[in-house]
Design a binder for this molecule. Structure first.
Ligand SMILES: O=C(O)C1=C[C@@H](OP(=O)(O)O)[C@@H](O)[C@H](O)C1
Ligand SMILES: C=C(OP(=O)(O)O)C(=O)O
Length: 431
């Protein structure tokens, strides 16, 4: 389905961002792992976190969903059943990489599958460490889904310096580590999102500029009773939309502002964006605030590569902001973008090019020549079925010279089912 996006003269109103995707996945998996029952409020209705619930049900976990409230009866580490069919992770890398840590650790006999995009994403990063821990796991051509997982003689704890700054890899190893008699220590030099350590209340200690996180069979897995915060990664589309429109005032209530996720807030502020953060509070272990953004003049930036893991999913929309910052902006150290739902570096270069921005694509980044008075050309923007490409292209198109089309627009349901309605709400309230 193509979606037409018209230029918008003004953007204003209040948005409640969708429930956080990363936290929703984890809340369900950790609730299942716990020996107690949990009630999770504001669980995401997006396709990816729903894939996680379906997989857990296949593993014998009792789950009742009423609206956005999800009740999960914990089965404990040893209560997972061998599923009758393959575990379908859909489009969700987080489901496949985190759940594989649990099922491989538990020695559940199963096959994990995904859609075309997920089946083309490397799983080598999790297969290698899981094998070192004694888990039995194999993939197509050794590195892709379907993943075949078998029972084994027990998980061996290990010390694991992370070779990639990836929260999915970190979480996978820590989750498998929960099944080992000896501790597993994950050494993280470059800090990535820390929801797993927070929500499981794992022991962490500082180590150089990073930290060491520990898991083992002795660790008691806490109940997961809380309200999932609004998704900062979804809110980021409106932070940028509000910054680049001359006539914008957007309120984003109940947005998660975990410091390991909110780098783009600070990057945009450094670029000159005008934000306010109020009503700071906690939802369970996670910080939440109400955010406000209004029109601003953006300056270009050379992004510090150390910040990349803390804004990895926001880089596509940050590239859109860079198109409106007067001068040359540079992103380096972002090769991981090539391993997402699509190659997000190439796809964004194509989208920005079609809009008329001068870009230079590099192996690990992009150089963008921005202009304060930039008027994106109307175009049919390809998304490669990638939700973040679709939403970034849509925000760009709201500044266009004429009506644009966004291809495969329904892919926004992967993380943000109400995206198109929210865009309409912000555009209508300006009429
Ligand atoms: O742990 C998570 O919930 C996620 C980690 C990130 O992936 P990597 O760990 O591969 O960087 C991110 O891109 C993804 O959307 C969600
Ligand atoms: C990369 C993403 O998710 P996942 O890896 O879970 O598919 C994303 O949501 O941008």
């Amino acid at each position: 389905m193509n979606k037409a996006v018209d230029p918008v003269a003004k953007l204003s109103g209040e948005i409640v961002p969708p429930p956080d995707k990363s936290i929703s996945h984890r809340s369900a998996m950790f609730a299942a792992l716990s020996s107690e029952n949990s009630i999770i409020q504001n669980y995401s209705s997006a396709a990816d976190p729903q894939s996680t619930l379906e997989c857990l049900k296949q593993l014998g976990v009792e789950i009742h969903q009423e609206g956005s409230t999800v009740k999960i009866s914990g089965v404990g580490r040893d209560g997972f059943q061998d599923p009758e069919k393959s575990l379908d992770c859909g489009n969700s890398g987080t489901t496949m990489r985190l759940l594989s840590g649990i099922v491989a650790g538990a020695g559940v006999e199963c096959t994990m599958i995904g859609d075309e995009s997920l089946s083309a994403r490397t799983m080598k990063r999790i297969i290698d460490p899981l094998r070192k821990m004694g888990c039995k796991i194999d993939g197509k051509e050794g590195i892709y889904a379907p993943l075949e997982i078998h029972s084994h003689g027990g998980v061996k704890g290990m010390r694991y310096p992370l070779p990639i700054a990836s929260a999915q890899l970190k979480s996978c190893v820590l989750l498998a580590g929960l099944f080992g008699d000896e501790p597993t220590e994950v050494v993280e030099d470059v800090l990535s999102r820390d929801h797993t350590e927070r929500l499981l209340q794992l022991e962490t200690e500082p180590y150089g500029s990073g930290k060491i996180i520990q898991s083992s069979r002795d660790h008691i897995i806490p109940q997961q009773n809380y309200r999932v915060p609004g998704d900062f990664s979804a809110a980021a589309f409106w932070l940028v939309a509000g910054s680049i429109h001359e006539n914008a005032e957007i309120h984003l209530s109940g947005t998660g502002v975990n410091p390991s996720r909110d780098a783009v807030y600070h990057i945009l502020e450094e670029m000159g964006a005008s934000f306010k953060k109020t009503n700071n509070r906690l939802a369970g272990k996670e910080p939440v605030s109400d955010l406000f953004v209004e029109s601003s003049d953006l300056k270009p930036i050379h992004l510090d590569p150390a910040l990349i893991p803390n804004c990895i999913d926001e880089l596509p929309i940050l590239m859109v902001a860079m198109c409106f910052a007067d001068g040359k902006s540079v992103i380096t150290g972002a090769e991981e973008l090539r391993h997402k739902e699509t190659d997000r570096l190439s796809a964004m270069a194509e989208i920005l090019n079609l809009a008329g921005t001068e870009v230079e694509l590099q192996q690990d980044g992009i150089i963008i020549q921005g202009r304060r008075d930039f008027k994106p050309s109307a175009a049919t923007f390809p998304t490669y079925h990638d939700h973040r490409m679709a939403m970034a292209a849509a925000v760009l198109a709201t500044k266009g010279t004429d009506t644009s089309a966004i291809t495969h627009a329904d892919c926004t349901a992967i993380s943000y089912p109400k995206f198109w309605t929210d865009l309409q709400t912000l555009s209508d309230s300006a009429a």
